[in-house]
Ligand binder design. Structure first.
Ligand SMILES: CC(C)(COP(=O)(O)OP(=O)(O)OC[C@H]1O[C@@H](n2cnc3c(N)ncnc32)[C@H](O)[C@@H]1OP(=O)(O)O)[C@@H](O)C(=O)NCCC(=O)NCCS
Length: 153
């Protein structure tokens, strides 16, 4: 599938609103660390800060002009980045999310992105299976999350 992968900083205002609307859908936000709806103001302030933050990379992914989902990386340590992801419900179960992450991983420089981490809520069964399918492995868990890691080869 052809994806257009655009840094949030290069997205149009319309794209950014579309991203926020998807992120605020109940079926998406309940799985986020912060499950509250995000306001337009907070969203735009956050994106403004991203422009000067080298340790946070946020991508929006489109297919034929349609928003597929978003993919973000936050630096934890040298070579280690925490990865966040969500895709639009219409693409779930289609293999598109896997393809999207695969394409993004293939474009990341290996000397900077060596390991990814992710934390997934214990009851987010779909996401847990997704991460295992994508070769993330469990490194621990607590009362709320399973912690995953993936070694990029
Ligand atoms: C998590 C997410 C990115 C995964 O993308 P997806 O397209 O839904 O994932 P896939 O369909 O490729 O993979 C999910 C797997 O879980 C399996 N699955 C789903 N529900 C399941 C269940 N209740 N029991 C067992 N397996 C289940 C599916 O069968 C599939 O495995 P398969 O492809 O081997 O059959 C997407 O669902 C999403 O955006 N969810 C909302 C936001 C979110 O949870 N983000 C992640 C926060 S950590």
């Amino acid at each position: 599938m052809e994806f257009e992968i655009i840094n949030y900083s290069d997205c149009t205002k319309e794209h950014l609103i579309e991203i926020l609307n998807l992120r605020n859908e109940d079926s998406i936000r309940i799985w986020m660390a912060n499950p509250e709806k995000i306001s337009l103001d907070n969203h735009f302030n956050f994106i403004k800060k991203l422009r000067t933050d080298k340790d946070r990379i946020y991508y929006a992914v489109f297919h034929e002009g349609e928003l597929v989902g978003t993919y973000n990386l936050t630096k934890e340590n040298d070579g280690i980045w925490e990865r966040g992801i969500f895709t639009a419900p219409k693409f779930h179960g289609t293999g598109v999310t896997k393809e999207m992450e695969g394409q993004i991983l293939s474009m990341l420089p290996r000397n900077i992105f060596m390991h990814l981490t992710a934390k997934v809520k214990l009851n987010n069964v779909r996401s847990i299976y997704y991460h295992l399918k994508m070769s993330y492995y469990e490194t621990g868990r607590d009362s709320e999350y399973i912690y995953f890691k993936k070694d990029i080869k």
